[in-house]
Design a protein around this ligand. Structure first.
Ligand SMILES: Cc1ncc(COP(=O)(O)O)c(C=O)c1O
Length: 450
């Protein structure tokens, strides 16, 4: 693997002495500011604190940096692009890289998913896909199909569409009535039947049949789309039960409902294939992506749609806009350059295949944590795993927070926590020794929080 030169000391951040003004997202601000976890530099599998302490990245920075950090070809591509063309809008104009990248993504996606709409984040991707779904039915003369179906424990970002179809209580309950006309499938997780399963559980495929019940309640003529993460990530790595996604596809086909896979974290090799759709042999009508598309280096998201979905819009006078949607920064040149370079790194280093090859080792390693204090379940799939810890009675999420603090300050590893669940999702360049190191460090933090 190539390495970039270390950044010059001139660009290294100083430790800030005033932490007051920054309102951190999805973070307990008061606790954080008492004992901040600051990062100022990164390289390959590691972060470095401003004091120079090394932190092993076991999270690929929120499932983003699949190629590892500060990879020389990606850094160079961004630098070149910034010097060549800083920005051009893609409303009524465009630049060559946006077309090149769209073609590369279409090649990577399965079947006839061959048109790409760009945005800047996973949240925007989810909302874009939902809007395309409703508009698709509209332009085909089926304007009554407006209902959107998500899933309990689903995460589709934080915009209004995404939280409406999402199924994470805290992300919903503070924000009013959300979108009307949304229903939810049940979550696919059941500890009693699935605990400590490696990969996709045998039990639970029947949860897809709940879609029949939803259709029975609302009628197919009112339903635009179903959106699911092929593997629910943010609520703690819930691989789909065997047969579940195929069954969802069948029911959607039966009733003319669009199926959207939110692949914001499962895309770009996380499950050992370009997209989870390929791993599971199921072709959705749209795939949302973000994060790994630029290996986290520049914000970018998007939706890949099937030919039939795109074609449905290509009617009417040719000078007229077909879809009234877009973001100023859709297909930003820096993001396109970063994405093209990232895709090259993925291809040249065969990182998706690498993730697939490492999965058995990864799953064996994470399962060694079974038996540690308070560990009540472990799941894994691809290069992704989660460990559920029993909450401290009366203080849910506190044990998770203790683990997080210990892992960063003492063990020297960056993990992600979701409540009392630890999520481990390293860059795909990880070595076998580093897999063991992650498990050792995580084990130390779990013990410390017992
Ligand atoms: C499946 C899924 N969809 C959407 C999002 C939102 O992405 P972003 O934070 O870039 O808006 C995420 C973020 O983790 C995600 O996991």
């Amino acid at each position: 693997m190539t390495t970039a030169a270390s950044p010059s000391p001139a660009v290294r951040a100083e430790v800030p002495n005033d932490l007051a003004a920054f309102w951190l997202p999805f973070t307990p601000n008061r606790a954080f500011k008492k004992r901040p976890r600051l990062i100022s530099r990164s390289k390959d599998m590691h972060y470095f604190t401003p004091e120079g302490r090394e932190i092993l990245d076991a999270s690929a920075a929120l499932w983003c940096c699949n190629a590892g950090h500060n990879r020389a070809p990606i850094v160079a591509a961004i630098q070149r692009q910034a010097a060549e063309l800083d920005f051009t809008p893609t409303f009524q104009f465009a630049h060559p890289l946006a077309f090149q990248l769209s073609a590369r993504l279409a090649d990577l996606a399965p079947a006839d998913l061959d048109h790409v709409f760009f945005c800047n984040s996973g949240s925007e991707a989810a909302d874009t896909a939902l809007k395309i779904a409703i508009a698709y039915h509209n332009v085909r003369g089926h304007g009554s199909r407006q209902r959107l179906i998500g899933r309990e424990r689903g995460y589709h970002g934080v915009d209004f569409g995404g939280i409406s179809v999402g199924g994470m209580v805290n992300n919903r309950k503070f924000f009013g009535m959300l979108l009307a006309g949304v229903d939810h499938l049940p979550a696919t997780y059941n500890r009693e039947h699935q605990a400590f399963t490696k990969g996709e559980p045998e039990w639970g495929g029947h949860f897809a049949d709940a879609l029949e019940g939803i259709v029975g309640l609302h009628d197919a003529s009112t339903i635009a789309a179903v959106i699911v993460e092929p593997m629910a990530g943010s609520t703690g790595v819930l691989p789909p039960p065997k047969g579940y996604l195929k069954r969802l596809r069948e029911i959607c086909d039966k009733y003319g409902i669009l199926l959207i896979f939110d692949e914001v974290i499962t895309g770009f090799g996380r499950l050992g294939a370009p997209f989870a759709a390929e791993r599971y042999g199921v072709v959705p009508d749209m795939i949302t992506f973000a994060k790994g598309v630029t290996s986290g280096t520049v914000p970018m998201g998007g939706v890949i749609v099937r030919k039939g979905v795109y074609d449905a819009f290509m009617h009417g006078p040719e000078h007229a806009i077909e879809l009234f949607h877009g973001y100023t920064y859709s297909g930003h040149p820096l993001a396109c350059a970063a994405a093209l370079a990232s895709l090259d790194v993925y291809r040249d280093e065969r990182l998706f295949e690498r993730a697939k090859a490492l999965e058995p080792k990864w799953c064996d390693a994470i399962m060694t944590l079974k038996g540690l204090p308070n560990v009540v379940d472990i799941r894994c799939v691809g290069l992704t795993g989660a460990i559920d810890l029993a909450p401290i009675p009366g203080s849910p999420t506190l044990r998770g927070y203790h683990v997080l603090e210990h892992s960063f300050h003492e063990a020297g590893v960056m993990i992600r926590i979701s409540g009392d669940t630890i999520e481990l999702t390293p860059p795909l360049i990880i070595s076998e020794n580093q897999i063991d190191e992650i498990m050792e460090k995580t084990a130390a933090s779990i013990k410390a929080a017992a």
